[in-house]
Write a protein that binds this ligand. Sequence first.
Ligand SMILES: NC(=O)c1ccc[n+]([C@@H]2O[C@H](COP(=O)([O-])OP(=O)(O)OC[C@H]3O[C@@H](n4cnc5c(N)ncnc54)[C@H](OP(=O)(O)O)[C@@H]3O)[C@@H](O)[C@H]2O)c1
Length: 301
Amino acid sequence: MMVPQINFPKHNLSISRLVYGIWRLHEDKLGFGEDRIYEKINFCLGLGIDTFDHADIYGDFENEERFGNVLKKYPDLKQKIKIITKCGIQVPGAKFPTKHYNTSKEHIRYSVERSLRKLQVECLDVVLIHRPDPLMDPSEMAEVFESLIQEGKVKHFGVSNFTTSQFQMVQSKYNRPLFTNQVEFHLFCTEPMFDGTFDQMMEVGIHPMIWSPTAGGKLFTPKTDLESKTLTKLQEIAKKYGASVDQILYSWFLNHPAGLVPILGTNDSKRIESAANCFSFPLTRVDWFSILEVARGREVA
Ligand SMILES: NC(=O)c1ccc[n+]([C@@H]2O[C@H](COP(=O)([O-])OP(=O)(O)OC[C@H]3O[C@@H](n4cnc5c(N)ncnc54)[C@H](OP(=O)(O)O)[C@@H]3O)[C@@H](O)[C@H]2O)c1
């Protein structure tokens, strides 16, 4: 079964229901040269995964360029994929002694134009502000978002790791709908379901993207009692459905009515393929709650 698309009706754009994340591209045991990246992009496309989640900072600022070199060599790929990238985090180094955020119009423009050059594309499908900047000025952000869209450099802007009020503040100054709020969400971080983050996405009619769906792999290498019990529960449910643990995990996300879009972090082709086959195991409400209960260590009130 191919990974389906999920439509963002306000944006006239659909992306694959599972997105492939580029954060750990350079950790791939099989390497991260052009041939391996090309193989992985094609592998994802073969499964219906056509959307790739970047950030300027991934791989010490080199993963966009590694990916872009492949797009330059195989330009036909550009029509087949959708690119999401992020900006706004300034890592300490030779240029700056202090880690900080920069959401000024100059920096957003600089970063978008740098991503275009590195990725070797004419236009970015989606650009997200990576982290909420305490010094962000929503009017200034909206102004540069609009200019970059008018110039044809970006199709849509969104945010990541924003609270509901931060999302609302930026949206209130921006005349187009923000694309998403990309947030951390997994079995050990379920707050977005209870703090209004997902409610807000449903209210405004957009889909949350969720990062670290396997808790950075912690789910598969449990160290605490809670983590062990969660894995055991997933194994029990997986057996019942004739599925694998990861498939039950991804299926658990699909039950949420906000239309969550998990971003896969694995470099392992077999694991990517397994995730892509998670759509055949819709969970019952009781099974869904039984997983939530174990992962949170308490039943719902
Ligand atoms: N917006 C943000 O602030 C933000 C922050 C973090 C990440 N992200 C995005 O989210 C993406 C995914 O995050 P993530 O990499 O943390 O995802 P993740 O799936 O939670 O973690 C990936 C790690 O878990 C392991 N893993 C995954 N599936 C596994 C399985 N079935 N069995 C055993 N181990 C497994 C992987 O190892 P193997 O490679 O060996 O399988 C890898 O080390 C990133 O690439 C990035 O695009 C965004």
